[in-house]
Design a protein around this ligand. Sequence first.
Ligand SMILES: Nc1nc2c(c(=O)[nH]1)N=C([C@H](O)[C@@H](O)CO)CN2
Length: 123
Amino acid sequence: MTGNSTDTVFVKGLKVDAVIGVYEWEQQITQPLIFDIEMVGCQYQASQTDNIQDAINYKSVSERVAEVSIANKVALLERLAQLVAEMILAEFTPEKVTVTIHKPTAIKQADSVGVKITRFQQN
Ligand SMILES: Nc1nc2c(c(=O)[nH]1)N=C([C@H](O)[C@@H](O)CO)CN2
């Protein structure tokens, strides 16, 4: 069997404190963001070799998501989600990635607000 599996590697509830927001005061502070990441692609090789080099390493993904979020002090969650999706597609090469970002302290009356985007590998 080679390339016709559909497998998902995910990171759920990754907390990153980052500078983000459309208002001037938001660019002076950090706020908590919670990421859920889903990466779809064939993981058959990793399932056979038992080698982390053949897998999408969720530890490495988590570290890079935090780095991208801290380095880019953007206004919109949509922009940060796009930057994270582009990084994951380029560096970890899944066929598809879904990036959800919650900004739980943005709206006092809401449990959470945020964005969810899905992007595909361009072949
Ligand atoms: N669709 C979006 N709406 C809003 C965003 C956002 O990033 N995407 N951001 C804000 C403010 O930064 C908000 O979090 C401050 O309360 C408002 N709407």
